[in-house]
Design a protein around this ligand. Structure first.
Ligand code: NAD
Ligand code: TYD
Length: 338
């Protein structure tokens, strides 16, 4: 199987590529990544010499480049490439529109050019955030109307709608997955869990937005990768699959767990001004993928958080290098006077 992965130098993409090449010894992967601030070649440095892995630096919004890659003969495209951070989308949504919406459109148009001679499966990686925010009860189902609240989630929802339309109108063989919050190795330390772990290790404050009682559903990244593999191989074209971790936690309890595990004082927690338009609760009903594809998450939060903390302890050079330069400017902008 020959797969084009987009955004493979980011957090989930790099975990997926490693998982996929290990699971399928005959498979090969082309990874096209723009290497934005979130893309890091070091995430896949162990594969640099593999004959089954090929890296191309490029933008998914570059139509001639995408056409040249599709011409190489592919079985599937998995679209991870995105601007992925809600806070950055609040600061400036433009890159989110360009990559998440226009970039996805370029990929779809490229596939349309070659269809039906080439029937390349297009797996689009989306998020539960497209469904909006929940009250104290209930959970998102695949049929839940989209109601995105942030520029990030609105851009992801827009892309989902285009992917859906290209199936409905042109018959392209597409699949969409919507997963909850991932954590694990190689996550950029602007996201909650790696930020809290690395700040705690540096004895810095842990900034918690608002009252910290917002709820997210957490999934260990390897469980997500296993679900994507199943959807890619056995998912029904034109369908959406929710993926979740069965693990709802408040942000405050996540921060406290990390501090306790690291033996750091809970007094490092600092409550800061809330995120504008902050979604209160996400919870996901993933009974469809359980029923139809036999998938269920395997890694408990206790296990996953220990694996993740250990990874950040053993790879300090990786995140300390990131937490310099542009990152520090971002951090000051985001957290000072908040
Ligand atoms: P990430 O920010 O860690 O990585 C994104 C990658 O995409 C980076 O390597 C970046 O360089 C690349 N990229 C950005 N713009 C590009 C462009 N125009 N062309 C080519 N490459 C480009 O993100 P992530 O957390 O790994 O998320 C991957 C995907 O999964 C995203 O589509 C995101 O919306 C989705 N998702 C993430 C989560 C989560 O918890 N992280 C949950 C559900 C869904
Ligand atoms: P984040 O990791 O940015 O993911 P998302 O916004 O896509 O869910 O944030 C997870 C939750 O943690 C979210 O409710 C915002 C909150 N949060 C903080 O309280 N402090 C922080 O410094 C960050 C980055 C997030």
């Amino acid at each position: 199987m020959r797969v084009l992965v987009t955004g493979g130098c980011g957090f989930i993409g790099s975990n997926f590529i490693r998982y996929f090449l290990k699971t399928y010894p005959e498979a090969s992967i082309i990874n096209v990544d723009k290497l934005t601030y979130a893309g890091n070649l070091e995430n896949l440095s162990d594969l640099a010499r593999s004959s089954r892995y090929y890296f191309v630096r490029g933008d998914i919004a570059d139509a001639p480049l995408m056409e040249s890659l599709v011409k190489k003969g592919l079985d599937a495209i998995i679209n991870f490439a995105a601007e992925s951070h809600v806070d950055r989308s609040i600061e400036d949504p433009s890159a989110f529109i360009r990559t998440n919406i226009f970039g996805t459109f370029v990929l779809l148009e490229t596939l349309r050019k070659f269809y039906p001679q080439e029937k390349i499966r297009f797996l689009h990686i989306s998020t539960d955030e497209v469904y909006g925010s929940l009250g104290e009860s209930g959970s998102f189902r695949e049929e839940t109307p989209l109601s995105p609240n942030s520029p990030y989630s609105a851009s992801k929802a827009s892309a989902d709608m285009m992917v859906r339309a290209y199936h409905h109108t042109y018959g392209l063989p597409v699949l969409i997955t919507r997963c909850s919050n991932n954590y694990g190795p190689f996550q950029f330390p602007e996201k909650l869990i790696p930020l809290m772990i690395s700040n705690a290790m540096e004895d810095r404050e842990l900034p918690i937005y608002g009252d910290g009682l917002q709820i997210r559903d957490w999934i260990y990244v390897e469980d997500h990768c296993r679900a994507l593999d199943l959807v890619l191989h056995r998912g029904k074209e034109g369908e959406v699959y929710n993926i979740g971790g069965k693990c709802e936690k408040t942000n405050l309890s996540v921060a406290q767990t990390i501090l306790d595990r690291l033996g750091k004082p809970r007094s490092l927690i600092r409550f800061v001004a809330d995120r504008p338009g902050h979604d209160r609760r996400y919870a996901i009903d993933f009974s469809k993928i359980e029923r139809e594809l036999g998938w269920t998450p395997r890694v408990s939060f206790e296990e996953g958080i220990d694996l993740t903390i250990r990874w950040y302890q053993e790879h300090q050079e990786w995140w300390r290098k990131i937490k310099t330069g542009e990152y520090l400017e971002y951090y000051r902008r985001m957290y000072q006077n908040r």
